[in-house]
Design a protein around this ligand. Structure first.
Ligand code: NAD
Length: 250
């Protein structure tokens, strides 16, 4: 509704400390499908959910081989940031955005020009690998080269353990330092702008409730309903490529 846009613009314009919380929906215009939207990976192929579960990844070589094939062909390697990412860069240049808490692993906020120090990657990054045994991290390009050269499930070069992209799968705990930073930001902002996330994955989604109970106003920008719509001061359903630039333009 028009009054929600107006209210949201006022909140953004008046914010002393604004935090954005983003999800897969900010990257759909960059050609990376979300999970639960109308063209989402899981909406189209419910079986794909298995690839995101740590238990199956550890237990099954077959799942790991499929994951590596999917990783090689991931649209994120060549994706470019879109107007939604750019709008958040503008907000930061205005000096009001203190952090972007993102559930995305695609690095597009940083590519758009957001200060990497302010981007909190709750679910990790697809640009690195991590060994599930010795925790060594390496550049993802190395593993992808090995997969392309014929290793269908490349083991860790340091210890022979199971190698995985440095992203959080279901059943895997978030990095506590990263989560603590996100909590601190959520509790100290006066406006929390949630964009392109269904707010159904925890603990990420819980940060919105945390911000609200600490007194922040919440703005939800998402095409479909979220569990936090009723707690929000404004709810905007339009496409993010229009909504975010409209919100942030003063
Ligand atoms: P989700 O798929 O659950 O929700 C995305 C939401 O964005 C949907 O509700 C959809 O309606 C909305 N949306 C999509 N395009 C939009 C647009 N252009 N304008 C407005 N709304 C739009 O995603 P989530 O909440 O981020 O949770 C999914 C999990 O999947 C996260 O944990 C994340 O780590 C991971 N993931 C990341 C990426 C990425 O890095 N780009 C992509 C897919 C999934």
């Amino acid at each position: 509704p028009a009054e929600d846009i107006q209210r949201a613009r006022e909140l953004v314009a008046g914010a002393g400390r604004l935090v954005a919380m983003t999800g897969a929906g900010v990257s759909t215009d960059s050609g990376i499908p979300d999970f639960r939207g109308p063209n989402g990976v899981w909406t189209r192929n419910p079986g794909a959910e298995k690839l995101s579960n740590i238990r199956d990844y550890v237990a099954s070589k077959d799942v790991r081989e499929q994951s590596w094939q999917a990783r090689v062909g991931h649209p994120g390697w060549h994706a470019k940031p879109n107007r939604a990412h750019e709008a958040l860069v503008e907000l930061e240049r205005d000096g009001r955005l203190s952090a972007i808490i993102t559930q995305n692993i695609d690095g597009l906020h940083q590519k758009a020009g957001s200060d990497p120090e302010r981007v909190i990657e709750l679910h990790g990054t697809m640009f690195e690998t991590v060994c599930l045994s010795c925790a060594e991290r390496r550049d993802m390009r190395e593993a992808l080269d090995r997969v392309r050269a014929g290793e269908s499930d490349p083991p860790c070069l340091a210890c022979g353990g199971i190698l995985k992209s440095a992203t959080i799968s279901f059943g895997q705990a978030l990095d506590t330092e990263v989560l603590d930073r996100a909590k601190t930001e959520a509790m100290s902002c006066d406006v929390l702008l949630a964009a392109g996330t269904s707010l159904t994955v925890h603990p990420a989604a819980g940060l919105v409730g945390l911000a609200a109970s600490a007194g922040a106003s919440v703005i939800v920008c998402n095409a479909s309903e979220t569990p936090y719509d009723s707690a929000a001061s404004a709810v905007l359903r339009g496409p993010l490529g229009d909504v975010l630039p409209a919100l942030t333009r003063s």
